[in-house]
Design a protein around this ligand. Structure first.
Ligand SMILES: [Zn+2]
Length: 249
């Protein structure tokens, strides 16, 4: 993001946090938190993450594994299953933070990504794992035939690996179409996570959860976002990810 764009974004966040000020529960997402070794440019340093946690608490929010209240709760989510969170796992255990991590089957065990053993160890300590499809690509570009692997086989594979029913999916790269959402529902997912920001209770397009990306946010931005700052930017992100033309045959 260019300097001017990031400056304007910050101003919009600040404005949104004033005009739409709220204490509504929110989903917050990252790609990784890393200690000594960085696995992705999308990672957040442990130092910055600790600062985020302190702002979240100062703003009067409780970090919970699953949001159950309209106000005052946040849940922390990670996309892709990078290995940094395993390196710094003790911090999560000590803080009592149980994040949800979305796994793309094809990435498990690859360089820079969690292995099966690490996933199971984290699960023992309260981390929750859900689906991020099979190949981690824009799902709106797949045929119905290919979606069987992306949506059905991935669900079965992960349910088997984790020893529990996987019923939540996060859209890789965030793109969605009406046809895709219909398929996802057909394959039995109870919850769909988008990449568009907003409050927990405000569903996007009928049944997608809004999530707020915090990985590069400074402490002011975290504060604005917790106070509802993203509400002015929300429609922009929805438009960015919604494919009105059905690509699939
Ligand atoms: Zn992803």
């Amino acid at each position: 993001m260019s300097k001017i764009t990031s400056y304007i974004r910050k101003l919009l966040l600040m404005a949104g946090s004033v005009v739409r000020k709220n204490h509504n529960s929110k989903l917050l997402y990252y790609h990784d938190v890393f200690g000594d070794k960085k696995y992705t440019d999308m990672g957040t340093s442990l130092n910055l993450f600790r600062q985020h946690v302190s702002v979240i608490k100062k703003e009067g929010y409780r970090i919970v594994p699953k949001i159950t209240k309209k106000e005052g709760e946040v849940a922390i989510l990670f996309d892709d299953g990078f290995r940094g969170i395993y390196d710094v796992r003790q911090v999560f255990y000590d803080e009592g933070i149980c994040p949800t991590v979305f796994l793309a089957v094809e990435l498990i065990g690859k360089e820079c990504y969690l292995t099966k053993e690490e996933i199971l160890e984290l699960q023992e300590h309260g981390f929750v794992f859900e689906c991020h499809a099979w190949s981690h690509e824009d799902l709106t570009t797949f045929s119905d035939e290919e979606l069987i692997r992306e949506l059905k086989d991935s669900k079965e594979y992960l349910s088997e690996l984790l020893g529990k029913e996987v019923s939540e999916i996060c859209l890789p790269i965030g793109y969605f179409s009406d046809h895709l959402l219909e398929k996802i529902r057909k394959y039995g997912y109870a919850t769909i996570y988008s990449s568009a920001p907003g409050d927990y209770e405000t569903l996007i397009h009928g049944n997608m959860r809004a999530r707020n990306l915090l990985q590069s946010a400074d402490t002011d931005e975290v504060k604005y976002i917790l106070r509802g700052g993203n509400n002015l930017l929300k429609q922009h992100y929805i438009n960015l990810h919604y494919k009105k033309i059905v690509v699939n045959p």
